[in-house]
Design a binder for this molecule. Sequence first.
Ligand code: P71
Length: 473
Amino acid sequence: MPAIAEPYRIKMVEPITMTTREQREDAIRAAGYNTFLLRSDDVYIDLLTDSGTSAMSDRQWSAMMLGDEAYAGARSFDHLVESVRENYGFPYVCPTHQGRGAEHLISKILITPGQHVPGNMYFTTTRVHQELAGGTFHDVIIDEAHDPSSRHPFKGNVDLDKLQTLIDEVGADQIAYINVAVTVNMAGGQPVSMANIRAVREICDRHGIIMWSDATRLAENAWFIKEREDGYGDRRVADIAKEMLSHFDGITMSGKKDCLVNIGGFLAMRDERILTKSRELVVVYEGMPTYGGLAGRDLDAMAVGLREALDDDYLTHRIGQVRYLGERLQEAGVPIVEPIGGHAVFIDAAAFLDHLSQDDLPAQALAAEIFLDSGVRSMERGIVSAGRDADGNHRHPKLELVRLTIPRRVYTNSHMDVVAESVIRVFRRRREIRGLTFVYEPPTLRFFTSRFEPLAAVAALEEGRSEPALAGA
Ligand code: P71
């Protein structure tokens, strides 16, 4: 394989902190063993998320300087609409402060309480908004998606039988819409094939069901179609993306990923009635329909970024870098989700720490351990992220993962080497790693702010050797 270097050069640098093991021990303790609660200043290489952490290009920064900050009717809005029309093919756009703002609005617009919303695996914020709007989420992703070792090339695909069975069970009129994510974050950044998108469209047409997409990582999905699906190898990713989106009635977008911005999102759609409803709601929850909680300059940066993210050379490097990290880990025997996805390498924490049970929160414990080793920050995506069911019991997801998420255009492959070495070091002494337990747990989206303690320390507590920690659920 020829080396693939960054298709850009570095014009501005941001120094990052190097820390000692002792500093990191203090930091992770103060953060309640939750990497979300670490201070960025205590982090060396930040792989918590690819969301809002991209480096913007000189063109995006230039566009920001031209932002129109008028309260209403700003030309920055026109720039975003033009870019969405040209690149995504949707005529109407309603900006929101970020992806979940768009999810909030579309859930309120399309869901009548009691209705059902199938989707190809859940995403935390997506499901919360569907539930808050009175809907019930149903996972209709193919079974392979729940198996970290399955090498299915399109692990994000919708299982057409599961979808049809749900429709037969509850009736098409009780399905608010189907939400197809491209790529599927929680499955490991796995793509959906064009053939599958077309097949879902046929089912939706047959039953009169609205077909929506969470298009947050659509550029990466289109790149995988180019790589893996017959007939697409010679096409430009931008064309493939447009074809993909042509099958949907509309999208929710977190601009913080494949629009290469630090903040922003939107709804885009074809139906003018949905646009009207979006505008009625956006003024209540976000801001005027021409800015939706963003500054004019943010809209301009997004208009430029969404085009840049569809560039073939950019994507080949981007996905190549994620793969580079993943393959280094694989060579050392570290269990990861395969195939390696678009935005992150997902470590299979259940296999990595197979001496722990899922109730010992292995992925949470592993994320804390990797931080302790090197200052690399990752994210738990397992039992803690999955939350509790309606009866108050922990949900036990099949996937218990730690996500090493690669920000776009930010780190070099030397950083990836440091990350790989650290994870491999931790892997070699994995038997020493203990589980964690909750000491504080909030009622929703608990992974953000929960606090934990190492299990052995809790045992000491129970024997009355120290003060009780904060009461928690
Ligand atoms: C990610 C995020 C950001 C995040 C969200 C919740 C918990 C932890 C981190 C955000 C997404 C996403 C998909 C597929 C909608 C959103 C919400 N991802 N859909 O992966 O991945 O977008 O953050 O702009 O509100 O770290 P938003």
